[in-house]
Design a binder for this molecule. Sequence first.
Ligand SMILES: Nc1ncnc2c1ncn2[C@H]1C[C@H](O)[C@@H](COP(=O)(O)OP(=O)(O)O)O1
Ligand SMILES: [Mg+2]
Length: 194
Amino acid sequence: MADKIKDAKIIFVVGGPGSGKGTQCEKVVAKYGYTHLSSGDLLRAEVASGSERGKTLQAIMQKGELVPLDTVLDMIKDAMIAKVDVSKGFLIDGYPREVKQGEEFEKKIGAPCLLLYIDAKGETMVKRLMKRGETSGRSDDNEETIKKRLDLYYKATEPVIAFYSSRGIVRKIDSELPVDEVFGHVAKAIDGLK
Ligand SMILES: Nc1ncnc2c1ncn2[C@H]1C[C@H](O)[C@@H](COP(=O)(O)OP(=O)(O)O)O1
Ligand SMILES: [Mg+2]
């Protein structure tokens, strides 16, 4: 099973909160049949289940902080194992959030063949998240938590991009453009994979 996952195409989708990761991943799923795993969605599902673990997670996410590394990684791995026979590849959305998470992922699961860096300006991300917050029901889509999430993104996650750039697998995508144009660039990056 572990070998099968190693042979699957793994794409990291990295970008700030509200940059458009989820939006682009949905379109990749529709066009390429990849499996989309959003670490945030997996964690929110755990919260919604009402489990003890979910309650602890909820408190951390509400503060805009990162949940323990092993928790997220186990959830991603379980979700990948469940899909490995029917999936052409995996979009790992919102992970790694810090360099250490990337290193652990590679130890326990496998190496990414591509990192899509979904790039938007800070002010754009705030605007999109405030708008999303009107309907998302996400308790972290409020002004105070958004600011903390952005700070953490710049501090912890941007180094992830530098880390993988040195391997030559980063494709920077301008996410200020309209959704379909952004997707044009995403598709080009995926078509370039062997
Ligand atoms: N290129 C784009 N132009 C305009 N709005 C966009 C956009 N990409 C995403 N959005 C909107 C959709 C959502 O309401 C909000 C956040 O997008 P998202 O895909 O949920 O971001 P993320 O998953 O990176 O947090 O911004
Ligand atoms: Mg998302």
